[in-house]
Design a protein around this ligand. Structure first.
Ligand code: F6P
Length: 286
């Protein structure tokens, strides 16, 4: 790769911020289901397809990007030489029908995909909430931006998780949780300093944790020991962002960034948040 790596990472962030308002503006007319399913068997909405096409065209065209992979398609696409970009174009798109939060997630790996999280050199997510924000991590720092008309304005620099955690949110059906996670969840629920914040869109839920401190989990389930979320597209990028902000990520035993992938669409149990709460989780599960 000829270009300086950090310039490429910066251009990826810039491109995602430029594209986010267009993705958002296109949502109202694209709430319908298409005939297709993604490689994980989930229904695709017209909005998923639109966001994916836009991001593939723009991120794949960047000089220094060599591979583009999307949660919506089976294979990675070769786009030249350089860094590999993993994208979840619209995370939580089942939230589009009831008009709740959604996100766009991007992981930038300095290795061919599927790649482990320790190969990440940057990661970002856009949150489509009442306003559009973007959290981007690279070079040991997380910055939060407000995005308007394709411009991004930094509102929190060198962001770190608050010292006193105050929120939690756990996904999956409660009767499907494994016993050890269930016991951990009960302890967390009984802690008077913590409040439930769960919206069913990972980026919305993780951003609560990044803002207030706490823990988000989509754990291993009795019916799905690997959980639901995808390592390459979801687990690794949010793990990288939360760890860069001074928190921890875990698959239940180790940092998500240490999990070696077998395939592009591998799933993984995801637990991210304040260090003490993830330490306690690992103690409870092991
Ligand atoms: O992976 C997509 C996603 O919508 C996440 O954003 C969210 O955490 C999870 O799935 C919710 O899944 P479910 O409603 O099936 O528990």
């Amino acid at each position: 790769m000829d270009r300086d790596r950090s310039n490429v990472v910066e251009e990826v962030f810039e491109t995602v911020a430029r594209t986010a308002p267009e993705i958002r503006a296109a949502l109202p007319g694209r709430r319908t289901e298409t005939a297709g399913k993604n490689p994980s068997g989930e229904l695709r909405l017209a909005a998923d397809d639109y966001a994916d096409d836009l991001l593939e065209g723009r991120l794949g065209a960047i000089d220094g990007v060599g591979q583009y992979a999307s949660e919506e398609t089976a294979e990675a696409v070769d786009t030249g030489e350089g860094l590999s970009i993993a994208v979840d174009p619209l995370d939580g798109s089942s939230n589009l029908k009831p008009n709740n939060t959604m996100g766009t997630i991007v992981g930038i790996y300095d290795a061919p995909m599927p790649a482990a999280g320790h190969e990440l050199v940057g990661a970002a997510y856009v949150l489509y909430g009442p306003i559009t924000t973007m959290a981007a991590a690279a070079d040991g720092e997380v910055t939060e931006y407000v995005v308007t008309d394709g411009e991004r304005e930094a509102v929190r620099e060198d962001l770190t998780l608050p010292d006193e955690p105050s929120v939690y949110g756990f996904g999956g059906r409660v009767p499907d949780w494994i016993d050890s996670f269930d016991e951990y969840a009960r302890e967390i629920e009984c802690d008077e300093s913590l409040r439930l914040r769960y919206g069913g869109s990972m980026i919305g839920d993780v951003n609560q944790v990044l803002t207030y401190g706490g823990v988000f989990a989509y754990p291993a389930l009795e019916s799905a020991p690997e959980g639901k979320l995808r390592l390459q597209f979801e687990g690794n990028p949010v793990g990288y962002i939360v760890e860069t902000a001074g928190g921890r990520s875990s698959d239940g035993e180790r940092s998500l960034l240490e999990v070696e992938p077998d395939a592009l669409h591998d799933r993984v149990p995801v637990h991210v948040g304040s260090t003490e709460l993830i330490d306690r989780l690992e103690d409870a599960l092991n």
